[in-house]
Design a protein. Structure first.
Length: 105
């Protein structure tokens, strides 16, 4: 049975983020770090900072879209550093929420 992973990568070059989904995270991370993706090739190396697993491709795609719209949403008014700070704060909240909720399982 396939599992689908929504992942967030962070560039070690400029601390920017990339969100995607895959069924093979190790292979996909290698793909990004090999420079085979136009966007991510300019910001190598990448590290995985967050993952979520889903049973279906549709669920993973829905979650990826949510994260893209709500975490990496581009606002024309804030500066780059303010956007980066907002992203970092949201990632920290997601991490803390998932860590707390998983301890109840």
């Amino acid at each position: 049975m396939n599992r689908y992973i929504v992942y967030i990568l962070q560039s070690e070059l400029d601390d920017s983020y990339y969100i995607g989904f895959t069924s093979n995270l190790a292979q996909r991370l290698s793909y990004h770090n090999a420079g085979k993706s136009r966007y991510t090739s300019r910001k190598i190396p990448w590290k995985c900072v967050y993952i979520e697993e889903f049973k279906t491709r549709a669920e993973a795609m829905k979650r990826e879209k949510f994260l893209l719209l709500n975490i990496l949403k581009k606002n024309s008014s804030p500066s780059f550093n303010k956007r980066r700070a907002a992203i970092t704060n949201k990632l920290d909240l997601i991490y803390r929420f998932n860590k707390t909720s998983s301890s109840y399982s």
